[in-house]
Design a protein around this ligand. Structure first.
Ligand SMILES: CC(C)(COP(=O)(O)OP(=O)(O)OC[C@H]1O[C@@H](n2cnc3c(N)ncnc32)[C@H](O)[C@@H]1OP(=O)(O)O)[C@@H](O)C(=O)NCCC(=O)NCCS
Length: 167
């Protein structure tokens, strides 16, 4: 099968000033602030620390992205791959800026980056209770797998996770 052609996602013209660009480690504090504002997000003490994110960005140069509006970061995705499968983490758009096509355009940015690196498939985990996230992935055409179980194993107990408790 041929490589899938990805649409050039247009930004909603109501907000023509959005810029989507690769995430740099200098964005970290603003991206972390955004993560902390997202209800239900699971933040990991080691993986989501500055060192953890820097390691991830260095392993996957240019693939993660942020969306900026008037100098503020209103969206972000961590994107990487292991040489075979792409993965997305912490896909988010600031609440006030949702439903303007930003999420979709950022996902498209990441998928194009993965395609350039010869990656043929990309996946992510969404909590089954995350109605917004699941509706989004469904709307933008991703396949929900019903035929597999997700397994993991904790390698470092110090990587403590907390869920954002925002109303
Ligand atoms: C999920 C999220 C990133 C979507 O960002 P967004 O910028 O609002 O999404 P977009 O505007 O690009 O929407 C793309 C499509 O999904 C649809 N969509 C987005 N959110 C939706 C929702 N809550 N319910 C139904 N459809 C939704 C849009 O209508 C649009 O459909 P279209 O392409 O047919 O017009 C954002 O809601 C968010 O940050 N949520 C909290 C964090 C989260 O749950 N992340 C996902 C973790 S798995």
């Amino acid at each position: 099968m041929e490589e899938k052609e990805l649409n050039n996602e247009k930004m909603n013209t109501e907000e023509p000033n959005y810029i989507i660009r690769s995430m740099e480690i200098t964005d970290y504090s603003r991206v972390k602030e955004l993560w902390l504002s997202i209800k239900g997000f699971c933040i990991r003490s080691l993986d989501d620390s500055k060192d953890g994110v820097e390691r991830f960005l260095n392993r996957n140069p240019g693939l993660s992205c942020v969306c900026e509006l008037k100098g503020e970061i209103v969206g972000a995705i961590l994107c990487g791959h292991d040489g075979r499968r792409g993965c997305l983490y912490h896909v988010c758009v600031r609440k006030e800026n949702r439903m303007h096509g930003i999420g979709k355009a950022m996902v498209s940015f990441c998928m194009k980056g993965l395609q350039k690196e010869g990656i043929n498939k990309v996946s992510l985990i969404a909590f089954s209770t995350n109605d917004i996230g699941n509706a989004f992935w469904h709307e933008i055409g991703w396949t929900k797998r019903e035929d597999l179980n997700y397994y993991d194993f904790v390698l470092n107990e110090k990587n403590i996770f907390t869920f954002n408790q925002i109303q």
